[in-house]
Write a protein that binds this ligand. Structure first.
Ligand code: TMP
Length: 218
């Protein structure tokens, strides 16, 4: 089996930059890693992503939103994550099941049992070995995320950035609750720290945790 690392945090917390740095760091050491993200990661799930993040879909109901995240995850696990882990690879995933708990349960207020049950089916037995949580003040993160959206020429994926600050505060609290419930799996970094400091903490932690046999798969 491979090793599954997920990256979580509020909007604009800096995780996407760090995942790319980590992926380059691992490949420079001949350690094979699959870099992917949610929602998305394969063509069908990318189509679901477009629906989920389109700011025009303001009327998407919380339950429909939850089911779409579940559908995208089921497809992504089947097509990408499970085969890569069975093939002995390290998988780096930008968001996974904890995002559904933080956003759809703590953020939207959907019953936690419904979310846990959906995650259970969508994940099909796959669960993160390590989750890096970027803790960050949502006000700072949202400013960063909105600046990035303004500078991008792609589709405006801003349905969540347009949510009230209180929503993002609940999401942050949800993530911190998850991390304190499972301290062995979570590694929390301060998203306000410098890119260099964050990267050095994460890369050290990853090298310590990945199994010896995955250290140099050429
Ligand atoms: P991204 O901006 O990191 O690509 O994430 C896309 C958005 O989707 C982000 O606002 C968080 C949200 N999201 C959920 O609400 N639930 C989920 O299960 C996942 C994976 C993401």
């Amino acid at each position: 089996m491979g090793y599954f690392i997920t990256f979580e945090g509020v909007e604009g917390c800096g995780k996407t930059t760090q995942i790319k740095l980590l992926s380059d760091f691992l490949s420079a050491r001949n350690i094979q890693a699959v870099l992917t993200r949610e929602p998305g990661g394969c063509p069908i799930a990318d189509k679901i992503r477009a629906i989920l993040l389109d700011a025009e879909n303001r009327d998407l109901s919380p339950l429909a939103e939850l089911m779409l995240y579940g559908a995208a995850r089921a497809q992504h696990v089947t097509e990408v994550i499970a085969p890569a882990l069975s093939g002995g690879k390290i998988v780096l995933c930008d968001r996974f099941c904890d995002a559904t708990v933080a956003y759809q349960s703590f953020g939207r207020g959907i019953d936690r049992d419904v979310i846990d049950s959906l995650n259970h089916h969508a994940c099909q037995g796959v669960s993160p070995d390590l989750t890096v949580l970027f803790d960050c003040d949502p006000r700072v993160g949202l400013e960063r995320a909105l600046r990035r959206i303004e500078a991008s020429s792609g589709p405006r994926e801003e349905r969540f950035e347009l949510e009230a600050l209180a929503f993002h505060e609940r999401v942050r609290a949800g993530y911190l609750q998850l991390a304190s419930d499972q301290p062995g799996r979570f590694f929390v970094v301060n998203g306000a720290d410098t890119i260099e400091n964050i990267f050095s903490a994460i890369s050290r932690q990853v090298l310590l945790r990945i199994p010896e046999n995955l250290h140099a798969v050429c």
